[in-house]
Design a protein around this ligand. Structure first.
Ligand code: GUN
Ligand code: FE
Length: 413
């Protein structure tokens, strides 16, 4: 199959940063993978796409919570009140496996309709429900990782589970959905406040045995950092994760707003990644992550929607929020080409997904075709900035997963 249009191509640097540009051309898909990428004329015989079509790799969301999709918009609370007041009660619904299954399908359909084909996601503490989410995502063909959440304190009784049982269950999922499979299990201690030290240490051991991605939250609010300091004898937040064996080059830490120079140096040295969640940060008034500071300290930065603290399911709009957040604190901001890179190739690299995120020979054909209804190519302007700032999900014409169409607007739920 030939897919033609304006190809979103990527140039990456060795340090994990990069930039996208567009070029006319086509890709050829053989069954499920990209077998050719040609820049130049746009063939008239293409099965999909034309000169006005943006052909991009599927977008990747590096931090989101499946059970929180129905509670987007619970406004006006700081993080810890938001967790206890609305989030934990919502997550209790996943005690019902059938509910979790139906919701997982709904969530994945939504993600695809927004052009997201890769994820690093949280389920809940419920084992069968987390397994169901992994199974369904795997069947549908999404790429990435989902984790059973680990919590053994500071949450309602229904969500605090026995530590050893949790660790056994998480280990089972790591066996069933190993690292490097299309859909892998992620080791997912929620954050230091809701985990005892032995649970964090068990998670660290499981991560090193399994090679799984580790995902957790780090330094999202000042109040949270104070509670962590009280719970862990005055130790720094990053040190708590480090001493539990959770700080490594497969670790993805949500937020990372309130960090000092020593924390940033440790993250850098470990090769860990911060999953920046700009919409969630403004929504909960958590603070504004200093992207320039992290970048100048060469800490890796991925980007996530953090649904449901985040309210944007479109990764293009999350990327736009990243630009706006950086501009707000006035230390320089990324351009649109960099922002497009972050939600595609950049996130793929940071999540160690080596076969998605780029229009490249050998990659999975996870592709989004969009046809903007504005003159994005005719004016003497930056088309990628025009697309990002004017982005409209109604432009999405087709989403392919492994070469198969999984979403077209007429099929919208
Ligand atoms: N910190 C611990 N759990 C959560 C969560 O579910 N969402 C956000 N934004 N921060 C958290
Ligand atoms: Fe989160």
């Amino acid at each position: 199959m030939i897919v033609a249009g304006q190809l979103l191509l990527d140039e990456s640097n060795r340090d994990g940063t990069g930039m996208c540009r567009i070029e006319p051309g086509f890709i050829r898909i053989d069954d499920s993978h990209i077998v050719d990428v040609q820049v130049g004329d746009i063939p008239k015989t293409a099965e999909l796409g034309d000169a006005q079509t943006l052909v991009s790799p599927g977008m990747i969301d590096a931090h989101l919570h499946f059970p929180q999709f129905d509670m987007i918009g619970a406004h006006g609370m700081p993080l810890l009140d938001w967790l206890s007041g609305v989030t934990f009660p919502e997550e209790m619904r996943w005690a019902d496996e059938d509910y979790a299954k139906a919701m997982s399908r709904r969530v994945i359909n939504q993600l695809l309709s927004f052009g997201t084909t890769g994820i690093c996601a949280y389920a809940t503490v419920h084992h069968q429900s987390a397994r169901a989410a992994l199974q369904i995502a795997d069947e549908i063909g999404l790429r990435g990782a989902i984790g059973q959440v680990l919590m053994d304190r500071n949450a309602p009784e229904e969500l605090c589970r026995d530590r050893n049982q949790l660790l056994d269950e998480a280990a089972t999922l790591c066996d069933e959905f190993p690292a490097h499979s299309n859909m892998a299990s992620a080791v997912t201690p929620r954050f230091a406040i809701s985990c005892t030290e032995p649970l964090l240490e068990g998670a660290g051991r499981l991560a090193s045995q399994s090679g799984a991605i580790v995902q957790t939250h780090l330094a999202e609010t000042v109040n949270e950092c104070q509670v962590v300091s009280e719970l862990f004898d005055g130790r720094d937040y990053v040190d708590v994760y480090e001493s539990a064996g959770l700080l490594g080059n497969r670790s993805v830490f949500g937020h990372g707003i309130h960090l000092g120079p020593r924390d940033r140096a440790k993250l850098k040295q470990a090769g860990a990644t911060i999953a920046h969640c700009p919409t969630a940060n403004s929504f909960l008034r958590s603070g504004t992550m200093d992207r320039e500071q992290l970048t100048s300290d060469t800490v890796s930065i991925a980007i996530g929607s953090d649904i449901g603290a985040g309210y944007e399911r479109s990764m293009v709009r999350v990327a736009r929020a990243m630009i706006e957040a950086a501009a707000l604190i006035g230390n320089g901001f990324p351009d649109a080409g960099t922002a497009w890179h972050t939600i595609t190739a950049g996130n793929a690299d940071h999540l160690r997904l080596s076969d998605v995120g780029r229009l490249r020979i050998g990659h999975r054909a996870d592709i989004v075709l969009s046809r903007p209804d504005i003159p994005w190519l005719e004016r003497n302007q930056n088309p990628l900035a025009t697309l990002m700032f004017a982005w409209d999900d109604r432009w999405i014409q087709n989403v392919l997963l492994r070469g198969r169409s999984v979403y077209q607007p007429t099929s919208r739920m």
